[in-house]
Design a protein around this ligand. Sequence first.
Ligand code: HEM
Length: 508
Amino acid sequence: MLFSRDLFTNERLLAAGAIASALYLLALSVYRLYFSPIAKFPGPKLAALTFWYEFYYDVIKRGRYTWKIKELHEKYGPIVRINPYELHIDDPEYYDTLYSGPSKKRNKWEWSAKMFGNTKSMLGTVPHDHHRLRRAAVSPYFSKQSVARLEPTIQSVIDILCERIRGFQRSEEPLNLGHAFAALTTDIITEYAYAKTYGFLAKPDFGCEWPAVLAQASEMSHLMKQFGWLYPTMDAMPEWLVLKFNPPLMHLINFQRDTGDQIKSIMEGKNNEYKTASHTTIFHELLNSDILGPEEKTIRRLAEEGQTVVGAGILTTAHMLKLTSFHILANIEVLKKLKAELASVQPNAAIPIPLRKLEQLPYLTGIVNEGLRMSYGASSRLARISPDAPLTFHSWSIPAGTPVSMTSVLIHDNPTIFPSPSTFSPERWLPGNSEKRLDKYLVSFSKGTRACMGMNLAYAEMYMTLATVFSRFDMELWRTTREDVDIVHDFFNPSPKLDSEGVRVLVK
Ligand code: HEM
């Protein structure tokens, strides 16, 4: 009797719970469709109702929402509601307004800012003013002058790369350029950050599991946006359990823990390499920064900052170098013109051409710009919020506080700005070859207060690596086609088809 009464009570409770949930969902749906501040904006009803729409394209279909968004723009026009809270704009002319300079406040959106599990880093900081403080402490190390001082260090790491390439020349084995460039960019930034490189260029396989780890972490970003509790929960769990449920996330956690260890060893005076380093080291300087208070210098926070500073420039720069090298080698005329231009300023390839001279070479500059255009930078939409003033887009007024995003892939592939967008054409960047100022539409680094902080370092790496490698070596593609570089998935970083074996070359 007692048993059956309990059951009855439980059933009633369950039913009441189910009815309450259904009513809540109904009320939420009605609100999202008809009363939300962005209810008037066009877009599919399902996207307005639920995040599962985005989840399907980005998580289940693995980084495909970008192309669905493109289709939505074709159907609904230049502004589209892509989930319950976010609007997406496809109009290259609007980029400078959305990604504006310091005179306008731009917050990040909490929902997407947690995508790498580092909400205490400048990259994951939501409020405009807090971000300005955190960025001000690090940005001096990435100014043009600081990077110019780092030039000898960058060149010495590129010279190690050249030594390795020579090894492949002797052995006649194919060289995987993606692995080699990821080792290069990792060794440069870890040397600069801690005065202690990860030493991947010295490893026989270039530490090739590393870019794969970063790529997995970058794909995880779609899931982490959807499930904000995932990272802190997994971080608190024993390692064996995380490895069982979500191995890629363990890589991300380990990366952050390793950064924490590096910073701890600097704090405890155990890292002595910086005393003999020929350059300033970012984290030694940060720990002594007057801009940051003690609450900003905890190991946890600096580990997250380290994850951003070290992680942000590895795959992005390596992918650009890999893709650009592919296109140079696949276009004999481009290769000839590049080699001729480099030889015209430095007939002896063993002597590096100074960066300031490289930056003045028009054809090399065309190659760098075109490589940046076709590698897209961050291929995901980047959300910004104007917290205190509405935004005006055409005849629309976008309420203050609304996340609004744009995507580099849609701008760089826009045929009215870049005719024949899938053709690699350095010529389009040559002075006088376009009626438009094309650099205005090159948004690989994003723009405004939240734009890439490592842009000057990235440019130095790109100019110096391409110039050194292509003036010193003759290479040809080996079992590599365009499918190994063309974007198919947006994992925040662009990814080609998933079974690609990378860009491989034979060194002549
Ligand atoms: C071709 C190479 C690179 C590209 C295309 C690129 C692109 C970008 C983009 C699009 C963002 C904005 C992300 C967002 O809005 O969420 C960004 C942010 C950032 N990048 Fe880069 N990046 C490159 C190389 C580097 C390098 C070499 C470093 C330095 C080590 C670096 C450090 C950063 C940092 C610290 C941020 C966060 C800035 C902030 O939130 O204020 N990047 N990058």
